[in-house]
Write a protein that binds this ligand. Structure first.
Ligand SMILES: Nc1ncnc2c1ncn2[C@@H]1O[C@H](COP(=O)(O)OP(=O)(O)OP(=O)(O)O)[C@@H](O)[C@H]1O
Ligand SMILES: [Mg+2]
Length: 227
């Protein structure tokens, strides 16, 4: 069993004629330290899968196991703490706190958890992401790509075991995208992190250890265990 497992995972919305099988019986076994790209057309179920794997949403059926723990067996509060300690999320819509500056946004999850901030590492991440000059700016004063980079930094500084990223380079130019993926790969090796990343970019998918292709809520290729 890997660090992350999905067993017959399904998420349905609506009923009767309006039933949408956003996710339909997905099985997945992710090895510790694997870097996985998730690809598929719009509406195929990629974000739904990522949300369930990270325990942001509860499944209609099936299980998610992380580090040997059945996350849907946890109560909401326990799951929230578990998520904060083990998973870094990078969303399509950055979810930055508008009244906090860049630095404060980046260290917020660590502070919420009462954890120690590794300043040298935080500064390294900020520098690689090209945000050093912006640490005192508010999110509203940043471009979309800059906000995205803040969200990436925030997901990395707590050194989570698992990073779940929904198109983390969607708003970045190709050079910055390559750099960000490079950073993800380096930190994942350094901190033995497992990364699952949704992307529409085939070049970026090529950099992953494995690509999972989703269509109509089902895994077409790349499912099951590591190759
Ligand atoms: N809250 C919801 N209520 C009803 N249907 C939903 C809900 N969330 C998602 N869906 C449906 O589930 C399906 C999968 O959506 P999902 O967001 O996972 O797609 P996606 O692969 O991430 O697409 P994109 O590439 O456009 O982000 C879609 O048909 C979508 O309309
Ligand atoms: Mg999506």
């Amino acid at each position: 069993m890997g660090i992350l497992n999905a067993v017959n995972l399904s998420k349905h919305y609506g009923k009767g004629d309006n039933l949408v099988r956003a996710l339909d019986g997905v099985n997945l076994d992710v090895a510790d330290g694997e870097f996985i790209a998730i690809v598929g057309t719009s509406g195929s179920g990629k974000s739904t899968l990522l949300h369930l794997l990270g325990g942001l949403d509860r499944a209609t059926a099936g299980e998610v196991w992380i580090g040997g723990q059945n996350i849907f067996a946890m109560k909401d509060e326990a799951l929230t703490v578990f998520r904060r300690r083990n998973i870094g999320f990078i969303f399509q819509n950055y979810n930055l706190v508008p009244i906090l500056n860049v630095y404060e946004n980046i260290v917020l999850p660590v502070e919420l958890d009462g954890g120690e901030i590794d300043r040298a590492f935080v500064e390294h991440v900020i520098s690689v992401l090209g945000l050093t000059a912006k640490i005192h700016s508010l999110p509203g004063q940043l471009s979309g790509g800059q906000q995205q980079r803040v969200a990436i930094a925030r997901a990395l500084v707590s050194k989570p075991a698992i990073v779940l990223a929904d198109e983390p380079t969607g708003n970045l130019d190709s050079i910055t995208s390559q750099e960000v993926i490079g950073l993800l790969k380096v930190t994942s090796r350094q901190f033995q992190q497992t990364i699952l990343m949704i992307t529409h970019n085939e070049e970026i998918a090529q950099l992953a250890d494995r690509t999972i292709r989703i269509e109509d809520g089902k895994i077409l290729t790349g499912g099951g265990g590591p190759l």
